[in-house]
Design a protein. Structure first.
Length: 209
């Protein structure tokens, strides 16, 4: 049986808690499901929109971001194959709190919201897994706000580099992140982030090629 990627083990957590979530739970030939292909830089959904359902990334990748008052993007996370987008919004019956944009040509499986909630009702283990995932997302959102307010650029950059490394090890393929994307994640100017990366290299903390 195919399981979700290892980097989603917080959602597909087998063991004592019984939070076992198979990939087959989110696929099938039902009318409530459809495949959608997006080109690079195409929006999947926008912050403030009412969610029609959730999306499972099948191929490619997305960036989740919020737009600041000046129009600048603040990247919140990257979504790779296996990720569920819009989960919290559908579970809470709230508008999307961020936008999702394809970083490359990508494919998603759309699952209509009512159909997804029916699956949860039919599978208690899946319901517990979803609640655990939503709770984790809320905790991480609060932590991100705190870190952006009190931590240094060096600390925030280290956090994101470790996060990207974890995604790489779980995915098994290189994850290419541009300097501008990294600056948006850190919440600092590109030049500032570039200088800090050089400082990490000089201190022997990272390798750069």
């Amino acid at each position: 049986k195919a399981h979700l990627p290892r980097w989603m083990e917080s959602l597909a957590a087998p063991g004592a808690n019984g939070l076992h979530f198979l990939a087959e739970d989110l696929t099938g030939s039902r009318p409530a499901e459809s495949t959608r292909r997006l080109s690079k830089a195409q929006l999947l959904f926008q912050e403030g929109e009412v969610p029609p359902g959730i999306y499972r990334v099948m191929r490619g990748s997305f960036r989740l971001f919020k737009a600041g008052p000046d129009g600048q993007e603040q990247i919140l996370d990257l979504a790779l194959p296996g990720a569920l987008l819009g989960l919290r919004a559908v579970a809470a019956s709230e508008p999307y709190s961020a936008s999702a944009c394809a970083r490359e040509d990508s494919t998603v499986l759309f699952i209509e919201g009512e159909h997804f909630m029916t699956m949860i009702e039919e599978k208690p283990g899946m319901a517990r897994a979803v609640m655990a995932q939503v709770g984790r997302q809320l905790r991480e959102a609060r932590q991100e706000i705190l870190e952006r307010n009190v931590s240094s650029v060096a600390s925030r950059l280290a956090h994101w580099l470790l996060h990207i490394e974890a995604l790489y090890h779980a995915q098994g393929t290189p994850i290419r992140v541009s300097g501008q994307e990294l600056a948006s994640m850190v919440g600092a100017a590109y030049e500032t982030v570039s200088r800090q990366i050089s400082a990490f290299k000089e201190a022997g903390l990272i390798e750069r090629s």
